[in-house]
Write a protein that binds this ligand. Structure first.
Ligand code: FO1
Length: 324
């Protein structure tokens, strides 16, 4: 039995709602502490877009590459040991280079685009890739339908999410976030079923506005979640994020970036809220707005941190339910 064996979680089923880089870290920890096949990750597809004619699914790929042990450790997205011959050749042709696609990562986008072109659904393609990558957890897109997140800026422009985040480096001030880009996507039925069948739903430390809200805004998701035990992990630590523009977005939308704001954002859904151990305890009681709170080490720099946090969350949940 390894040092990170968690027999107390052997029958537990967990569904996790996640975005990309931050979410993928906790997903890996949960995958390692749960029994094979007992974790389902429901991933935001609001960041997806088409680039050079290829379907790019950044959050799904970040989660899958992480679970497969293929993720680039310094970027958090893309593949480890990547080469950039195609990107360099594109640059020499004067092609747009603001969104970097590595050579091996390109294979994922090429094959996904080919399979979608043959009429396969995104969820089927991801399941096939997960099999190829020997991933035992289930990874589900939140929907098989188009659901692009659009950012309306204070300057009045409307930007697709990757244009805002990567091309414009998240500099434009955000006025409004348009979820699902005017489409009416259906939630993936398997995702709703996974939530229904879970003992616990975890909201990963992803950006609440642009990574988690697109999932919560799908028809029926909130209703199903209200019947379940739900724990959320704050992506905000001392007013900042490890990566990404969540804190800046909070401020621009007129909300003080804090763990308390994250708790309030989800409070109608939560049993338990996790925020970082380094923060000054902000609550006079460990129950706030009807939600139990707990401080844990939420910064995940290596696999041991991810496993540690996942195990601690599940153990606190078991203790909380046992005490009720
Ligand atoms: N993020 C960047 O900041 N710059 C890039 O050039 C970039 C390329 C990229 C390629 C494939 C992929 O799956 C993700 C990529 N990302 C890049 C990350 C992505 O924009 C964001 O991390 C997510 O959309 C936010 O969750």
């Amino acid at each position: 039995m390894s040092e990170f064996s968690f027999p107390q979680f052997s029958t537990m089923k967990v569904a996790v709602l996640a975005g990309g880089v931050g979410g993928a870290k906790l997903v890996l920890g949960l995958d390692r502490v749960l029994s094979p096949g007992n974790l389902t990750t429901i991933v935001n597809t609001g960041d997806d877009f088409t680039h050079f004619g290829l379907k790019i699914c950044p959050d799904i790929d970040s989660v899958c590459y992480s679970l497969a042990g293929l993720a680039n450790k310094s970027y958090g997205w893309g593949l480890e040991g990547e080469t950039w011959y195609v990107a360099d050749a594109l640059e020499s042709l004067g092609a747009p280079t603001w969104f970097q696609l590595g050579d091996r990562d390109l294979a994922t986008h090429l094959e996904r685009t080919r399979l979608l072109g043959e009429g396969k659904k995104l969820s089927q393609v991801i399941a096939d890739f997960c099999n190829r990558w020997d991933i035992l957890s289930r990874v589900l897109p939140m929907s098989d339908d188009e659901a692009p997140t659009l950012i309306e800026t204070k300057a009045g422009t409307v930007l697709p999410f990757q244009d805002y985040l990567v091309r414009e480096k998240a500099q434009p001030e955000v006025n409004h976030i348009l979820l699902h880009g005017g489409f009416e996507p259906s939630p993936l039925p398997e995702a709703l079923m996974a939530i229904q069948e879970a003992d616990l739903v975890v909201i990963a430390p992803s950006n609440p506005w642009v990574s988690i809200d697109p999932i919560l805004a799908l028809r029926g998701v909130r209703e199903v979640l209200k019947e379940k035990h739900v724990v959320a992990v704050s992506p905000i630590i001392q007013g900042k994020t490890i990566k990404g523009p969540a804190a800046k977005m909070f401020a621009e939308l007129g909300i003080q970036p804090s763990s308390l704001a994250v708790l309030r954002h989800y409070s109608d859904l939560l049993d338990l809220f996790v925020y970082d151990a380094s923060e000054k305890p902000m609550f006079s009681s460990d129950i706030l707005e009807g939600v139990s709170t707990i401080q844990l080490q939420t910064i995940m720099t290596d696999e041991a941190d991810k496993i540690q946090l996942a195990g601690a969350i599940l153990q606190h949940f078991i203790d909380l339910i046992g005490a009720q």
